[in-house]
Ligand binder design. Structure first.
Ligand code: TPP
Length: 161
């Protein structure tokens, strides 16, 4: 994919969006307005945007336990994400998911989970579905080195059609 000036500016815009969004989350969480824990994506903006913009807008993406920024990297609407974090019915998952269970299907974001490694089989399943339907989509999955020690990682890698 060619890195035109326009595309580079959009990448930078999305990185800034992630940073400003999570700075706001930090403030709101400090005032008790974000139920539960809130793990921020601050510091990971470039990695998230670089990966999310290397795939197509309709490709799948699965985050991990610090994935507020990942749907933003995929182009999600900020208002619906923030409403979700605040437990509002206007949130992307009607306020029932919250900080560690964000999913925005409109941008291919299949979700995230507080259970380390659990997103890997989800991403693999989506990739398998894409392969079987032949629609050409790919599946992007974010996880840390800790997650690669989970059984789910090895099971997912060994999934064959
Ligand atoms: C199955 C499971 N085991 C343990 C935990 C507790 N836990 C939360 S974050 C974390 C570290 C995960 O490390 P890594 O996957 O490398 O991600 P990082 O936080 O370093 O980005 C652990 C062990 C958990 N949430 N789920």
């Amino acid at each position: 994919m060619e890195l035109t000036d326009e595309r580079l500016i959009e990448m930078y815009r999305r990185m800034l969006r992630i940073r400003h969004f999570d700075e706001a989350v930090e403030k709101l969480a400090g005032r008790g307005l974000v139920p539960g824990a809130a793990h921020l994506t601050i510091g990971q903006e470039a990695e998230v945007v670089g990966a999310c913009m290397a795939v197509r807008a309709d490709d799948y993406m699965v985050g991990n336990h610090r994935s507020h920024g990942h749907p933003i990297g995929k182009g999600a609407d900020l208002k619906r994400l923030m409403a979700e974090l605040m437990g509002k019915s206007t949130g992307v998952n009607r306020g029932k998911g919250g900080s560690m269970h964000l999913a925005d299907f409109s941008v291919g974001s299949l979700g995230e989970s507080s259970i380390v490694g659990s997103g890997i089989p989800v991403a693999t399943g989506a990739a398998l579905a894409a392969q079987m339907s032949g629609d050409g989509r790919v599946s992007l999955c974010f996880f840390g080195d800790g997650a690669s020690n989970e059984g789910a990682f090895h099971e997912a890698l060994n999934t064959r059609r």
